[in-house]
Design a protein around this ligand. Structure first.
Ligand SMILES: *Cc1c(COP(=O)(O)O)cnc(C)c1O
Length: 471
């Protein structure tokens, strides 16, 4: 896909732009603190954008997780919270929404995505098992490892190349998977960990053809498929846009068809579903349901709230329905693409094609003079904040962590900075400001030398590690 194709979204004849299918009813003031203030804040945060105070941030692109603007209907839904400990009416609304739009039989609520990852990992993985998947995600892999499993990446090779314009870079390489199954044995593979879209590859989608073929392969070996459905609505939009036979199908129908090839899913509702907190685990098989429903009471709460308030479940049920509307999802991805096109036009290296929820700056290429053990992506995120108070996130060697066996850094092929776009929060003018800031940092790239890590926590180090600039 070229950027000209992107720009023609809704501009077939003459200039015809798309616009957001909503208007703004309430605003939250933001401001940019001055350069000296930003320098002090960055020092205090140990050059880790996770450790900044949000009030020191001007445009916050750290994550699209829990940062969405809820609709007036969702806010109204908060007033309908049934805060009963057991059997809240809002749970049954949520259960019905998951059944209707994702198509699974059973639903176990959790406080957020990692709560669901914990439950499925503990329920299904035994020590020594192998869990194949389409590129790792930080919390997903950690829960699989803590349960005694080993994650093995079976994504197609194109996913590791930021310049490869494959339309479905999230696809599983079925030959790699089959070879792995034959090597370790199907009985040592509790399930396939399939994510749509693939966050760490740049928000890249999985095709319908790929999940169908995966289903056939797994049926031959008797292996189940569980879906990380966190951004599966965005994935469905890409199928509608790019895959033959889906152009006229609604995103909601595509979502449901895709899920029908899997045995269940876990969800961070803080992403696609337009809420600030929430998650769930859903499945078709009785055995997993029984285990998960039992485990949830230990770790999250009773199986009719799983760590959420009744009002949160109501907002989530409404958010699910809003998230699958075609005009909404088109504007959501259109805004991400707008930012991507500006940067592409200005020659700034980003992961192509532009994915669903974020722009990924190629820090390896931008800071080609900084070696990976000096954390180019961490450095780039820090520079962006210093330039203009924009907060982004490292997705490179810091996020990849250390190999649990050797203790060495894992050096991922992709060394990226993620500019994650919250849903329904910022305007096109904010995107312009962001693009100009990235350009300014890019133009100054030769003056930067990288960072030293001076504090490293044991788990998920990217959240709390501290750094100092190399002088
Ligand atoms: C955010 C995320 C998770 C974890 O969910 P939380 O709600 O943050 O706990 C899992 N998988 C993917 C792909 C995610 O983006």
């Amino acid at each position: 896909m070229t950027s000209t194709v992107h720009r023609t979204m809704g501009q077939q004849s003459g200039r015809r732009s798309w616009a957001e299918p909503w208007k703004i009813k309430m605003v939250e003031p933001i401001k940019m603190i001055d350069r000296a203030g930003r320098e002090a804040a960055m020092r205090e945060a140990g050059y880790n954008t996770f450790l900044l105070r949000s009030e020191d941030v001007y445009i916050d692109l750290l994550t699209d997780s829990g940062t969405s603007a809820m609709s007036d209907r969702q806010w109204a839904g908060l007033m309908l919270g049934d805060e009963a400990y057991a059997g809240s009416r809002n749970f049954y609304r949520l259960e019905a929404a998951v059944q209707q739009y994702y198509g699974y039989k059973y639903v176990v609520p959790t406080h957020q995505g990692r709560g669901a990852e914990h439950l499925i990992s503990q329920a299904l993985i035994k020590a020594g098992d192998t869990v194949p998947g389409n590129m790792y995600f930080t919390t997903t892999r950690l829960h699989q490892e803590l349960a005694g499993g080993t994650f093995v990446d079976v994504i197609i090779d194109e996913a590791h190349d930021p310049h490869n314009e494959h339309p479905f870079k999230g696809n599983i390489d079925l030959d790699k998977l089959e070879a792995l199954i034959k090597q370790v044995g199907a009985d040592r593979i509790p399930y396939i960990s399939l994510a749509g879209t693939v966050n760490m590859a740049g928000g890249q989608p999985v095709s319908m053809a790929n999940v169908k073929a995966l289903r056939e392969l797994c049926d031959r070996f008797g292996i189940r498929i569980y879906l990380d459905a966190t951004r599966m609505v965005e994935n469905a939009f890409f199928i509608q846009e790019r895959e033959v036979g889906y152009a006229d199908k609604p995103v909601a129908a595509i979502l449901k068809e895709f899920c029908s090839y899997t045995d269940g899913a876990w969800m961070s509702a803080k992403k696609d579903s337009l809420v600030n907190i929430g998650g769930w685990l859903a499945m078709n098989h009785d055995d997993l349901f029984e285990k998960a429903r039992n485990l949830v009471v230990i770790y999250e709460g009773l199986h009719t709230y799983g760590g959420m308030a009744g009002r949160d479940m109501e907002a989530l049920a409404i958010g699910i329905e809003e998230s699958v509307q075609d005009d909404y999802i088109r504007a959501r991805i259109g805004q991400v693409r707008y930012l991507g096109e500006l940067l592409t036009d200005w020659g700034i290296p980003i992961v192509q094609p532009v994915g669903g929820h974020a722009i990924f700056l190629d820090a390896k290429e931008i800071y080609a003079h900084i070696s990976q053990d000096r954390f180019p992506a961490q450095t780039l995120a820090a520079q962006l904040y210093l330039d203009s108070g924009i907060r982004a996130m490292e997705r490179g060697v810091v996020s990849a962590g250390r190999d649990p066996k050797t203790g060495e850094h894992r050096y991922p092929k992709l060394e990226l900075v993620r500019l994650t776009i919250p849903r329904r929060v910022y305007t096109q003018a904010h995107m312009d400001v962001v693009a100009e800031a990235v350009k300014a940092v890019y133009d100054e790239r030769q003056r930067v030398k990288g960072l030293d890590m001076v504090y490293e926590p044991a788990y998920l180090r990217f959240f709390q590690a501290r750094f100092e600039p190399i002088s």
